[in-house]
Design a protein around this ligand. Sequence first.
Ligand SMILES: Cc1ncc(COP(=O)(O)O)c(C=O)c1O
Length: 408
Amino acid sequence: MADITDLGFETLCIHGGHVAESNRAHLTPIYATSTYTFDTAEQAIDIFKGEEKGYVYGRFGNPTINEAEDRIAMLEAFGIKGADGKPLQLKAILHSSGMAAITTMLLSNVKAGDKIIANRSLYGGMQELVDKILPGLGIQSIIADFHNVQQVEDAIKADGAIKMMYIETPANPTLQCVDMAILSALGKKYGLIVCADNTFATPYLQQPFKYDVDFVMHSTTKFLNGHGTAVGGIVIGRDLEKMNGIVTKTHRLLGGNSNAFEAYLLTNGLRTFSLRMDRHCANAEKVAAYLAGNNSVAHVNYLGLESHPDHAIAKKQMKHPGAMLSFELKGGFDAGVQFINKLRMCISAVSLGTCDTLVSHPASTTHVGVPRERRIEYGITDGLIRMSVGIETVEDIIADLQQAIGNK
Ligand SMILES: Cc1ncc(COP(=O)(O)O)c(C=O)c1O
């Protein structure tokens, strides 16, 4: 095979991270083993000392898991040069979920007394972690409006305890997008660790390492797996010493490791990643255009529409506006519930990034317990519908929406 740096993105989706297997299996098998053997006591000593490469124990590593890790690291690094002018080298660690990956990244970088600065619009699980778990560990968070860079800089200048900047772009459910180049440069100016959740965009559409961020996290449950067959998460870092040191240690000790079966499903899904993304994106553009012209829809949040307030930022840092959108039904809460009940093909489910179109009504599901005022403050209005546009025949998606909305 050619040198890895000469290979295209689509090739890496298929071959990246693959290591020939001793039984000549075409695909890396599902290594269903909890531990590994040593030929001699001396070999065990060498492996434990790190003088010989080798697997030791399932929580620490597994060949099936390794393939997924190396492949995703290659996709995030694709075409990027490091400070030395050479192709960027990244290390990735696969976890049992996106939340497990985020937790490892946080706990290996911040300690009691440190603070995190994060954007207003965070994935619900991260928001709860910040509100309910981290304060108990002595880690407070400052939530700022990342569109207002001066406000972010003032907050950082005013509080020397801020050690980390946490970026999530685009974000749920209004597809708010923030400028990674500006924010990362600001974070670096003040010596912060900068990290980015790249779940919605994926490395196909956006590469945060271009902007010098230190860590990228994903819920691999979503577009990377692509088929809704496994929950998983990954943390990827550019400081290899840190990744092989404290981050690996934290991952092993917290025990949020992935498993061979789900890693296999992920690498299998990745083989068609770029093809799927092209279709997801093309379909989303057509669905957004349809919804924007429907008179029962008050507005559509899609980064490809000029009406989206962050259209220009998305254009600057994303290859395509992506496959996620949301829209507001004029009839409010009841219209949202009725719409979901009428769907015939699109699936009513939370999550995103699967081949099939997933639709949810946050006000009656994920956010039913959030006080209305707070929910609306975060853009989750009564009639808001979130869509992860799938790769079905686009006319079928639109026809289903049309009959469920009930006009045009
Ligand atoms: C942006 C984002 N980050 C992280 C997560 C958490 O991932 P997981 O559910 O795999 O733990 C999600 C889940 O929906 C998400 O949407």
